[in-house]
Design a protein around this ligand. Structure first.
Ligand SMILES: NC(=O)c1ccc[n+]([C@@H]2O[C@H](COP(=O)([O-])OP(=O)(O)OC[C@H]3O[C@@H](n4cnc5c(N)ncnc54)[C@H](O)[C@@H]3O)[C@@H](O)[C@H]2O)c1
Length: 326
């Protein structure tokens, strides 16, 4: 296949490019990325020597950029987005244009063609579950986004549904839980916890720390997207999660334990406005349809993640300074 990947210099996109090319050695990828603060070309260093890969520095909000990049493609895999909820609470303009309007443009460009658009969405579009352990997001749960980031992701998904239904556009959507693994920006909870504890600094935890998240190791997410690209049918949507949720404070404690540090590094800080209580996804649909299930459990994934960040601190040095201001 010839893929157009957007946002491939960010966390999940860069992991996906390595994953896809290593597993589909005759395929080619064009990567369009604007290189925001979250991107880093070093995540893909050497990829062009080993594989058929081309990078275009460009903004997905520009029709011309996507039009010329998509010409030869069989599919677009859309990772490009503003991805940090806290930033969307401060100002959501970039979120509206990159996460929603750009997707609408892509849909217009592929209308009337066979090109597939795979949209990398999030479980956050389904809103917030109660703390009752039995509740889970399920296949075709109702949309109920509750922060500006998830609202822009939901808006894009809804427009995709409308274009599939109205114009027969070829598209699939995956909704993943929280990802973790190599190449994540240190503003996000897991790398931030690892780096702050390595610096012997306090680790801020929002509110009472009870909010629960469903964590997916990034390699498992990439495997799910690969299966969807190969075997998913247009209009299909897939929840990608672990089926388990852990509270933020418990997660931080587990990381501290793995690093041999004490819980007294934790510092509770004012809660995020509108903080969702709990996300947890039932992945039985993608398991039944495509045979996907998570392979890497949280313990193993955290060990691999800690190993990566503690052996590659140079890759993150400038970002750590900005993301972990005291
Ligand atoms: N990280 C998670 O836990 C998670 C979970 C579920 C879904 N997602 C979704 O997965 C996708 C990737 O997330 P991530 O964590 O890798 O994000 P990230 O912030 O690490 O990377 C986003 C990438 O998109 C690029 N980008 C942003 N706006 C752009 C634009 N207008 N034009 C071109 N490039 C642009 C950035 O430069 C960056 O390389 C996002 O769509 C996000 O909503 C993320």
């Amino acid at each position: 296949m010839k893929l157009l990947v957007t946002g491939g210099l960010g966390f999940i996109g860069s992991n996906f490019i390595w994953h896809w090319l290593r597993n589909n050695r005759n395929d080619s990828i064009v990567n369009v990325d604007k290189i925001t603060y979250a991107a880093d070309p070093r995540y893909l260093s050497g990829v062009e020597k080993e594989f058929e890969y081309k990078f275009i520095r460009g903004d997905i909000r520009s029709r011309e950029v996507i039009q010329s990049a998509v010409e030869d493609a069989d599919a677009i895999v859309n990772f490009a987005a503003e991805s940090h909820v806290d930033r969307s609470i401060e100002d959501s303009d970039e979120f509206v244009s990159s996460n929603y309007l750009a997707v609408k443009n892509m849909l217009d460009l592929i209308k009337g063609t066979d090109i597939r658009l795979h949209q990398v969405s999030t479980d956050e579009v389904f809103g917030s579950l109660t703390y009752n352990k039995k509740t889970q997001f399920r296949h075709l749960s109702r949309y109920d986004p509750r922060n500006p980031y998830s609202a822009t992701k939901a808006a894009a998904d809804l427009m995709i549904g409308a274009y599939v239904n109205t114009y027969g556009v070829n598209s699939t959507i995956s909704y993943s839980g929280n990802n973790y693994g190599p190449f994540q920006h240190p503003e996000k909870l897991i790398p931030k916890t690892i780096f702050l504890s390595m610096l012997d600094r306090k680790i801020p935890v929002y509110g009472n720390g009870r909010q629960m998240r469903d964590w997916v190791y990034v390699e498992d997410h990439c495997a799910a997207i690969s299966l969807i690209l190969k075997r998913g049918r247009t209009g299909e949507r897939f929840l990608v999660g672990s089926g388990k949720a852990i509270s933020n404070v418990e997660l931080v404690r587990r990381i501290l334990r793995l690093l041999g540090r004490e819980d007294d590094l934790i510092e509770y800080v004012a809660d995020r406005p509108g903080h969702d209580s709990r996300y947890c996804s039932d992945y039985s649909y993608i398991e039944k349809k495509l045979g996907w299930k998570p392979e890497i459990d949280l313990e193993k994934g955290l060990r691999k993640t800690i190993e990566h960040y503690s052996t590659n601190p140079d890759l993150y040095r400038d970002k750590i300074a900005r993301a972990t201001k005291p």
